[in-house]
Design a protein around this ligand. Structure first.
Ligand code: ADP
Ligand code: MG
Length: 257
């Protein structure tokens, strides 16, 4: 039996008295694409943020290749990781957000080489070589020397994906990566993500793009009100949902979308 890349057990998160995640169990194997769908406010972003400890869970546990996320064993007790230990662990999980969060005063290339040089101590020349290969992969080689303000939203998001990949993560987390884009730019970002999936990258993707979920995901999770209501093969969940809440959500998004 191999250790799953990511394992989530009875994960809970409350903000004050509001329980936003109410016992999430999920598992992601290496090379798998998991899509998470569900209504606004159901806890999807909070779940992703808990996965890399941007939010501290109030219950349950997360394991990355068997290592507890945010915590570390000392003897037989678990302790909170130090800031540096946490930073090191976070490098194993790339995160791409709805907004692109590029450094505005740096070119696409400078954005991509920043962390490998500063955080990993890569020689600049090697960082540039690797970054150019990644920019090529996301179709941005020609615009490597442009600043974010000179790039379309789709180009900025593809640069943000290259920037995450530059740290060679085990896992990529995407939180509605196409939601802030003009409709005509959605396709190019989804195409980049499809390519990543085809290359074997393990991905957890929160999305409203049902056709992407259907075609690319190995596993589809439907969340509502802080819980996983239903999960399984995308074709099954989308065509034969077992739960009324899933059916209601799908009929809404399929009509709107
Ligand atoms: P989704 O991404 O599915 O739209 P979120 O995870 O963003 O849902 O939010 C789930 C719930 O948690 C919402 O009710 C939201 O208002 C609440 N929430 C999210 N972040 C915070 C926070 N930092 N403080 C308080 N409440 C929050
Ligand atoms: Mg969200």
């Amino acid at each position: 039996m191999t250790t799953p890349l990511l394992k989530v057990e009875k994960l809970r998160k409350a903000f004050g008295s509001q329980e936003v995640l109410r016992g999430i169990d999920m598992q992601v194997d290496r090379g798998e694409v998991t899509c998470i769908v569900g209504p606004s406010g159901s806890g999807k972003s909070t779940l992703l943020r808990c996965l890399n400890y941007l939010e501290k869970p109030t219950g349950g546990a997360i394991f990355l290749l068997g290592d507890p996320v945010g915590l570390r064993w000392r003897g037989n007790r678990l302790y909170e990781m130090s800031f540096n230990e946490l930073a090191l662990q976070r490098q194993r999980m790339g995160m791409v957000f709805q907004g692109f969060h590029l450094f505005p005063h740096k070119t696409a290339l400078e954005n991509v080489i920043e962390a490998p040089i500063i955080v990993k101590g890569l020689p600049r020349e090697q960082a540039v070589d690797e970054a150019m290969a990644l920019l090529d992969k996301v179709g941005m080689r020609e615009r490597a020397h442009y600043y974010p303000a000179q790039l379309s939203g789709g180009q900025q998001q593809r640069t943000a994906i290259a920037r995450s990949l530059a740290m060679k993560p085990d896992l990529m987390l995407f939180d509605e990566p196409t939601s802030a884009l003009d409709p005509e730019l959605v396709g190019e970002v989804l195409a980049t993500m499809r390519q990543l999936a085809a290359d074997g990258m393990t991905m957890v993707v929160v999305t409203h793009e049902m056709s992407f979920a259907r075609d690319v995901a190995d596993h589809l999770i439907f969340m509502d009100d802080g819980e996983i209501v239903e999960q399984g093969k995308p074709a099954d969940v989308l065509s034969r949902p077992e739960h009324e809440r899933t059916r209601a959500f799908l009929s809404r998004v399929l009509v709107e979308g």
